[in-house]
Design a protein around this ligand. Sequence first.
Ligand code: CU
Length: 172
Amino acid sequence: MGTERTGRVGAARVSVVVLAVAAISAAVLLGRSGQAADPLPAGAVSAGEISVDDAYVREPASPANAAAYFTIRNAGSDADELVRVTTAAAPTVSLHDLPGAPGHHAGGQLLIEPSSTVRLAPGHGHAMLEAPTAILAPGETVTLVLTFARAGELRALVPVLAIGTDPPGGRL
Ligand SMILES: [Cu+2]
């Protein structure tokens, strides 16, 4: 009898220890998620420390060209650069009208400072799909390949939005 009782007490102590360990593990997990950087927005794609979201192509007013817009976030501690954008939907994509480069000029590379966000929006830069070969009608999607100097290639599936509709992320 005595031995049995001791056995039960021992088992009870073990389960208390197990519960305590489980509670500590849960606390550690919660702590980790609580300390995590801002979660990526829905629909974001990422490569390394770079993520892209709120990407869209505006339905073109003329078939000669179409503008793509997106938001780039750099979560890293090093600057990165958007070197080029390509797509199967157009033979040439140029960065135009970039922030800090007034006018509708081809802008070349786009610097993304550490821990910063760059949003391209009407009047604040766009990637221009020149002479697009795809039909860029609302409801269609286009795959853009963004190449960054550090993070490498990032592919974004981008919707074509009808003229006049609000962009993802709202108007700037
Ligand atoms: Cu342009």
